[in-house]
Ligand binder design. Sequence first.
Ligand code: UDX
Length: 485
Amino acid sequence: MEKGKTGIDGTVVLFPFMAHGHLNPFLELAQLLSTRIPSFTITIVSTPANILNVRPRFLSYPTVRFSELHFHISDDSLPADAQNTDTLTSQSAVTRFYHASESLQPSFHRLISQITESDGGRPPICIVSDMFLGWTVDVAHSFGSHHVPLYTSGPYAMSIYNSIWTHLPQRLTCADHLTFPDLPGVTIDRTQLSRSMKSATENDPSSDFTIRQSEYCRRSDGSLWNTVEVLERSSLDNWARSTGKPVWAIGPLLPNSSKEFERVGKLPGLSPLVCTEWLNQHPPNSVVYVSFGSQNTIPVALMIELAKGLEESGKAFIWVIRNPPGFEVGESFRAEWLPEGFEDRITERKQGLLVRNWAPQLEILSHESIGAFLSHCGWNSVLESLSRGVPIIGWPIESEQFYNSKLLEEELGVCVELARGIDDMINGGDVARMVRLVLEGEEMRRKSEVLREKMMTAVSVVEGVKGSSLQALDHFVETVRMWGQ
Ligand code: UDX
């Protein structure tokens, strides 16, 4: 392999999307690649603020560099938090930002020119972009670079999600049950459609966007997935068959601790120490952890029923509580958003710990007293929970979360669904029953433990045999080396 002027064997560019759940897997991938191929430069395209935030983590990785791209999108219809962003804090901002992201194409093209110049005229060997920044394939190919999207969700859920947006007319029939021409045997019902899917019109921009992404994907040179073969082997096979390109399932791409990837600009939350000290007072598998991820929140009426149910269950809980939709993240929390006296009662009894805004999720899930995770089923939360052997109480709220929950419940048997979306009422009594069911049940915990072991095997070497994710990463690295020759 011929070295460029800089003496390196080549450059791999990683272009993540600036939402917390998308950025983390990219940073993990950067570490893995820089360890596997130290003769390559790994360049992460990021915003200035993100660079400041994550650079310390990479001090011991001299081959990881950062290139600044200002994520300023001049689209007046974008919400304020998407105008010049570090990480996005609401689902609607994320969706609209994706749609407008193609306007970054000229500045991304300039950035790749600079990277090429700095390596003596040799373009990057491969550009790995976020799954929804598929347009980067054209920039990559215009330089003669290869292109691979990194999917930060799994193929089971993404196939259903894509199929819904692609087959718009069928979705608009309002049938109770929906099937898909390209996914034989898969059925969902209308309650598993997100708000934006239910309200979509015939020529919806999301449909147009998803169809374009599928076209980009067909032009890419393969796909990387933050998933594990044991979770969804047949969906990975189907994806490989339908695209005719290699798929590499290299997950779970998880940080070692929440501290490594604190969210930029987040409001202060609780330190891991406070949470651990609180959890230390509770026996193994006795506490439910409640969180709706980095973007989703629930309306006041649902917060009140959830609070009633958690209290009625008699079980201990940690709840990451944030302002309901329609209220700014920085606005003060109002007492009337919870039942009267709730916080005082649960604190006095040591039954509950309310964490405002942000919690050290990985540390919490890793604690032996956690026995269940009431989750919105965002894919990172799913992987984090399963990799700690914690069963899930599903409450999907947006996008592909409904199909993550479906996979967990119907295919893997490690989840029961409590609710879907935020338009229907839940009942405190149902919450209490479900929390007790999962914390006291043996079967889901046993299955979760089996999955945890299998997921760990995927990233380990057992008796000289590498696990599936290590093998996939090896194969991807070999492919990149081959592309570089
Ligand atoms: C988004 C999308 O909404 C989801 O559909 C997709 O699967 C992933 O991206 P997000 O809210 O970011 O979801 O959820 P998730 O994927 O679960 O990621 C949240 C991350 O933030 C996790 O790594 C979690 O550990 C971390 N987190 C979240 C904290 O550390 N503390 C918190 O208080 C909340």
